[in-house]
Design a protein around this ligand. Structure first.
Ligand code: 3PG
Ligand code: MG
Length: 389
């Protein structure tokens, strides 16, 4: 169905293949704590090996190192996990030069200045350093970033195609593309990477019936409504302005926007926490989770929804008792068995798994967070564009 140029044995045989994966996975104390994105890249990596690629060069970013070397974000950390899942030795390369080994993993692409700027000279450095003959984009979750390792190699003339994961994601998510109102559609958005999400909500406020907002994203909306959020995490004034626009559009389109009416606060995550109505937040309080009244109202909306799209935990789920909101949202979605549910984002997937849910309890679990939302919004993702026929 898709117009993607996909992997074939003929494309691969005897070639030096560069694969852009998204192995931006949760890491704690130098160890991978959740490996879904790596596991889901295996069909592509195995295909390349089984079909006689001369060499396989894996590229990825990890975190947001801001153009400099951050040892804790070195891709070296990923090697044991990749080796275990792939059953092959993986050789680490600290730059973009090649050895003779079959599988090579290169250092974090975001350590280089040319990556985010999509500098053609950086793309050429990768192309020539590795001797790239085929470029495979497999990291759907980074396809919304027009970075050198995502789109640049194709732009400097390397033949490009889509990996199996990218192909699967595009197929699954294409079914939910719509620019007109979708009856019974509820969007739940939380998490901390706000700048992508506030803009995306400008689209969904026109197509969804309900938007439920939690996590740090909710704080920005509460500020937009004139609330004091104490010392909670919030975005720049520009995002607050966008949040105001979303709220205004919601009025025009009669879309239900649900913000926390009560929250769980503490002065820091280790201090005693209490539930307070949102209007009572002040001073050094920090919001770490939704309160019980909010959770009840979110559950009610979810129970009556036909399609549910969820991206981003609604609280600081890593630290009980602030996992309550996220657990209840996952539970409410799983209990609405007649609905179609789509989950996305590395943190969301990590959260539901850590809280004991199984991916089978949801219709589609996407590796993409921002990428999934932008794709569903109908935007042409730069990474998807370069692997079109
Ligand atoms: C993600 O985790 O969403 C992707 O790896 C993209 O990361 P980014 O939001 O830092 O570009
Ligand atoms: Mg993201």
């Amino acid at each position: 169905m898709s117009m993607l140029k996909t992997l074939t044995p003929e494309l691969v045989k005897g070639k030096v293949v560069v694969v852009r994966t998204d192995f931006n996975v949760p890491i704690k104390n130098g160890k991978v704590t959740e490996d879904s994105r790596i596991l889901l890249a295996m069909p592509t990596l195995q295909f390349l090996i089984q079909n006689g690629a001369k060499r396989v060069h894996i590229l990825t970013h990890v975190g947001r190192p801001k153009k400099k070397i951050v040892p804790e974000l070195s891709t070296k950390i990923l090697i044991p996990t990749i080796e275990k899942l792939l059953g092959e030795q993986v050789h680490f390369r600290s730059d973009f030069t090649a050895s003779d080994d079959l599988v090579q993993l290169h250092e974090n692409t975001r350590f280089w200045k040319g990556e985010k700027e999509n500098d053609p000279n950086f793309a050429k450095q990768i192309r020539d350093g590795l001797g790239a003959e085929l470029f495979v984009l497999d990291g759907f979750s980074v396809a919304h970033r027009a970075h050198a390792s995502v789109v640049g190699l194709a732009e400097v003339g390397v033949e490009a195609c889509a990996g199996r994961l990218l192909e699967t994601e595009v197929q699954h998510l294409s079914a939910f593309l719509s620019s007109s109102r979708i009856k019974g559609l509820t969007i739940i958005v939380g998490g901390a990477k706000m700048e992508t999400k506030v803009a995306v909500l400008k689209h969904f406020v026109k197509t969804a019936e309900n938007i439920l907002i939690g996590g740090a994203l909710a704080n920005t909306f509460l500020v937009a409504q004139g609330h004091d959020v104490g010392e909670s995490l919030i975005e720049e004034e520009e995002e607050v302005q966008t949040a105001r626009e979303v709220l205004k559009l919601a009025g025009t389109y009669k879309t239900g926007v649900y913000l926390p009416i009560d929250v769980q606060v503490a002065s820091d995550p280790d201090a005693e926490s209490v539930y307070v109505p949102t209007e009572d937040v002040s001073g050094d309080m920090k919001i770490f989770d939704l309160g019980p009244r909010t959770i009840a109202s979110f559950r009610e909306v979810i129970a009556h929804s036909k399609t549910i799209i969820w991206n981003g935990p609604v609280g600081f789920f890593e630290k009980p008792p602030f996992d309550t909101g996220t657990r209840d949202i996952a539970d409410a979605i799983a209990k609405n068995e007649t609905s179609t549910s789509i989950l996305g984002g590395g943190d969301t997937v990590a959260a539901v798994k850590a809280l004991g849910f199984h991916v089978e309890q949801f219709t589609h679990v996407s590796t993409g967070g921002g990428a999934m939302l932008e794709f569903l919004e109908g935007k042409e993702l730069p990474g998807v564009k370069i692997v079109m026929q």
